[in-house]
Design a protein around this ligand. Structure first.
Ligand code: C5P
Length: 224
């Protein structure tokens, strides 16, 4: 039987993690878990309920009473919040600009990480996020830390948004991405940091295919 491994992909905002993680999972026949979508889903619910996003205790209680499911579909991963599909809603500008504040609460993260460890425990998994290699899949056979210059990441997000009919300027995106990176990297609870045993890939001048090839090569070495 072939070995079923865990693959952790971390890195700053808009580094192309989800595109690559999804592709890798597809090629290997593995499950893909977008942990950012889980933080976005609880943020969306908290905004709907008008909960103070600085109140970590309230947010953690809320999460404990919330189900978040990620289901694969032909059009990509669908996100369900308490049984209702919210895939598009969690990508709104309001959620994007609030999610790092919510994700900074230590107790809320403990609950999220518990769920993510459970999702990954049987292997055959590609998970992307900020703390996967450091706190979630700590024994993953393959850990990747992906980044690119902030200009390149903003450019890619701009194209992404254009395709989805969302109007944004490059300057706004550079600001939003830089602020989110700063908050994610400077928070006390499991900040965005490269795991010691992670392989760094700078994707600034690489195509999706080139990054994917590199990761598949590394994955195959681990599986063999
Ligand atoms: O991956 P994405 O950009 O959708 O993540 C949204 C936000 O969720 C991040 O900016 C970060 O604040 C938070 N996050 C996190 N830990 C993860 C995944 C996402 O703190 N593992």
């Amino acid at each position: 039987m072939t070995k079923q491994i865990q693959i952790a992909i971390d890195g700053p905002a808009a580094a192309g993690k989800s595109t690559i993680a999804k592709k890798t999972a597809e090629l290997l026949g593995y499950t893909y878990v977008d942990t950012g979508a889980m933080y976005r889903a609880i943020t969306y619910k908290a905004i709907q309920l008008n909960i103070n996003l600085q109140d970590g205790e309230k947010l953690t209680n809320l999460l404990e009473q919330t189900t978040i499911e990620l289901k694969p579909s032909a059009t990509g991963q669908l996100v369900y919040l308490d049984g209702v599909e919210v895939t598009e809603q969690i990508r709104s500008t309001q959620v994007t600009s609030s999610v790092s504040e919510v994700a900074a609460h230590a107790n809320l993260r403990t609950e999220m990480v518990k769920r993510q460890i459970e999702m990954g425990k049987d292997g055959s998994i590609v998970m992307d996020g900020r703390d996967i290699g450091t706190h979630v899949l700590i024994n993953a056979e393959l850990k990747i830390f992906m980044s690119a210059s902030v200009e390149e990441r903003a450019n890619r997000r701009l194209l992404d948004n254009q395709q989805r009919g969302i109007k944004t300027s490059l300057e706004t995106l550079i600001e939003e991405i830089s602020l989110r990176d700063k908050m994610d990297s400077e928070r006390e609870a499991s900040p965005l940091i490269q795991a010691e045993d992670a392989i760094f890939i700078d994707t600034t001048s690489l195509t999706i295919e080139e990054v994917s090839e590199k990761i598949m090569q590394l994955a195959k070495e681990r599986i063999a």
